[in-house]
Design a protein around this ligand. Structure first.
Ligand SMILES: *Cc1c(COP(=O)(O)O)cnc(C)c1O
Length: 408
């Protein structure tokens, strides 16, 4: 037996079934036209943002890192809830603008931005978070050729990282950002070239559940930003402090104590160094805002037994849920929270393996899980599916095609 991850709060039972946003899973599937289906709850997203804002300093802007979930209706909803958007490609830029998000609220980070992407961002009025001196040179040249004033920030590769981070994105040699000691020279150059100076972006890691680790990192970020802006010699207009707020995916994971993070940030904002007194601050969050608000529903196609082990074979799989299958940035595979949605209130009675329909042993959704009895036709729910699901999985693999998505 292997434990399942904790089912996020906010889901109900109606007539013995999992209900999302007050609607039973089977009705949602019928309305959407079938499985596999991602359902995102607008209510849970709204609640998440409100809870976050209630404990964070008012001065702190909340940005949404749209790579977590770029589904159009989710973006439109986020447009009403957050202050800014962080994108990482020209494709995300098009998606963001198509969702009606205004360019002044968007910043564009990511290594390897092509000239067309830089040009599109500059013409739209999006802030570019520069990842290297060469990229800065290309952005300035494109802007000059077209008589445009680019809005430029610099992404810093800090010498520290977010402790306990699921994905390390700072500390030592990295393809992201500019090594801290080279930032002041480039910043002065960019300002001298007539760009609109938009400050610094310091992202040190992702998926942290330890409030102390985040508090420590935010302290390091503020110290570094103050030192760099003193060296640059110009007040810092904006600081994207990164994010890294995690969500509990696995058995034993505890939710992040955001009240503790907010209180520590309150204290720090009350005692800012001179270089940062008039700075606008933002955090950028992806999974924390949307991850727990999403459920992936898939239908059992076959129930079979092999050498005594029960297999529930579904019409979904890793082509939509690479992360839940354990093949996206994890070393040891562990079970995401999962349930038999059509028997959400039923007693668990057997050990079963939930697998996908792809012809590869990698396609596992839950291993040796204690579940209620389920048959072909029953619905399976995989939770924590609101981030890095549909858009971060190989939907073309084995010709199965994409899942449906719906915001309810
Ligand atoms: C991916 C990413 C994020 C979002 O990460 P989450 O873990 O989803 O919060 C934020 N900022 C940057 C720079 C990223 O690359």
């Amino acid at each position: 037996m292997k434990p399942l991850g904790p089912i996020p709060a906010g889901f109900d039972v109606i007539d013995g079934e999992l209900a999302i946003g007050g609607c039973p899973a089977s009705a949602l599937v019928e309305e959407a036209g079938g499985t596999p289906l991602f359902i995102y709850s607008a209510d849970l997203i709204r609640r998440r943002v409100a809870d976050l804002r209630s404990v964070m300093p008012e001065r702190l802007h909340v940005h949404y890192a749209m790579k977590a979930n770029p589904y159009g209706p989710v973006l439109e909803l986020m447009g009403t809830l957050v202050d800014g958007f962080d994108i990482a490609s020209g494709g995300e830029l098009r998606t963001a603008l198509a969702a009606g998000l205004s360019a002044e609220r968007i910043s564009f980070a990511g290594p390897g931005k092509r000239d067309e992407e830089l040009a599109a961002a500059i013409f739209a009025g999006v802030t570019l978070n520069l990842e290297s001196e060469a990229e800065a040179g290309r952005a300035l040249a494109i802007a000059e050729r077209h008589g445009a004033t680019p809005r430029l920030a610099i992404r810093v590769n800090p010498d520290f990282e977010l402790r306990g981070s699921g994905m390390k994105m700072g500390g030592g040699a990295k393809p992201f950002g500019l090594d801290a000691e080279r930032v002041p020279a480039l910043a002065r150059e960019v300002i001298a070239a007539g760009a609109e100076w938009r400050g610094l972006h310091i992202f040190a890691g992702s998926q942290a559940l330890d409030a102390q680790a985040i508090i420590e990192t935010q302290g390091n970020v503020l110290t570094l930003a103050a030192a760099l802006s003193e060296e640059i010699g110009v007040a810092l207009p904006h600081l994207n402090m990164g994010g890294g707020f995690g969500i509990p995916y696995f058995h034993g994971d505890r939710p992040l104590d955001i009240a503790a993070v907010g209180a520590a940030l309150d204290d720090r904002f009350a005692a800012l160094p001179d270089a940062l007194v008039s700075t606008e601050f933002a955090i950028e969050l992806g999974r924390y805002l949307v991850g727990e608000a999403g459920v992936y529903l898939t239908r059992i196609v076959d129930r079979k037994v092999s050498h005594g082990a029960v297999y529930l074979v579904t019409d979904g799989g890793l082509h939509h849920q690479l992360a839940a299958s354990g093949n996206f940035g994890t070393v040891v595979r562990r079970n995401y929270p999962a349930a038999i949605a059509s028997g959400f209130a039923a007693e668990p009675v057997e050990e079963a393996n939930i697998v996908g329909c792809l012809c590869t042993p990698l396609d596992r959704l839950a291993d040796q899980a204690l579940l209620p009895h389920a048959e072909a036709g029953d619905l399976v729910a995989i939770f924590c599916a609101g981030a890095y699901g549909a858009s971060a999985s190989p939907a073309a693999f084995l010709g199965q095609g994409p899942a449906r998505e719906v915001l309810v």
